[in-house]
Design a protein around this ligand. Structure first.
Ligand SMILES: [Zn+2]
Length: 228
């Protein structure tokens, strides 16, 4: 059986048995629920029906995750539980990272600590998984704030990609061009969530931005991925 046949079979155990890449994993929400329950006693309820908007998703987040893991230790535990889930799912390449605001909130503004945390958990829980470390940007944040946070991160070769997500309608994609230009200069793979809640016009506008001489984009169902 090949992977396409495995997907068609809808048998998750067969799908798990194939090595695969997970390039879109919201690590805070990507953890293994049973592992979280066993280690912390906190039962994260499963999503039982589709969430139809960003505000519904935020609401679910507030209700079922809330402030439970909003400490440096809690954050690290969520990274750990994400590697546990990825290993269980047969993931061989995992692209995850921290939102820029998390650097100050959970890692004492120390980018070395942030990078070490991800790498140490990678080696301890699932050394067979290739970690692709990502820089995350929330779209509602003012660009000068994001640029200020990013000062700590530029030039660190451990980062593989950059991604933009959150409220797609918060501000136009054009505002982020300077950041993406700098990210391209840093050799990062360029990613942005587009078309999740916005329109087809937003997708066209995003992929048309003149970022570099040679930019290519690939679409996944709700996310545009670009690389140079
Ligand atoms: Zn996403």
């Amino acid at each position: 059986m090949n992977f396409i046949e495995a997907l068609k079979s809808e048998d998750i155990e067969i799908v798990r048995s194939f090595p695969k890449a997970d390039l879109h994993n919201h690590f805070v929400l990507g953890g293994n629920r049973e592992y979280i329950l066993r280690k912390t006693g906190y039962d994260v309820k499963p999503v039982t029906k589709p969430l139809t908007s960003m505000s519904r998703m935020d609401e679910w987040n507030r209700q079922y995750i809330g402030e439970h893991f909003n400490t440096p230790e809690g954050r690290k535990f969520l990274i750990e539980s994400t590697f546990v889930q990825a290993k269980y799912d047969g993931v061989s390449v995992l692209e995850i990272g921290e939102d820029v605001w998390g650097l100050g909130e959970f890692f004492h503004n120390d980018v070395g600590e942030l990078i070490y945390t991800f790498q140490e958990i990678n080696h301890r829980i699932a050394p067979e998984i290739e970690l692709r470390l990502q820089i995350g940007l929330s779209r509602h944040c003012p660009v000068d704030y994001l640029e200020d946070c990013l000062k700590h991160l530029w030039g660190r070769k451990e980062f593989y990609s950059i991604d933009l997500y959150g409220d797609e309608l918060a501000q136009p994609i054009e505002n982020f061009v300077p950041i993406y230009r700098r990210a391209a200069e840093n050799g990062l793979v360029l990613k942005a969530h587009v078309g999740e809640w916005g329109t087809a016009r937003d997708i066209v506008s995003t992929v048309s931005q003149p970022l570099t001489m040679r930019t290519s984009w690939t679409f996944l169902p709700t996310t545009a991925y670009g690389s140079i």
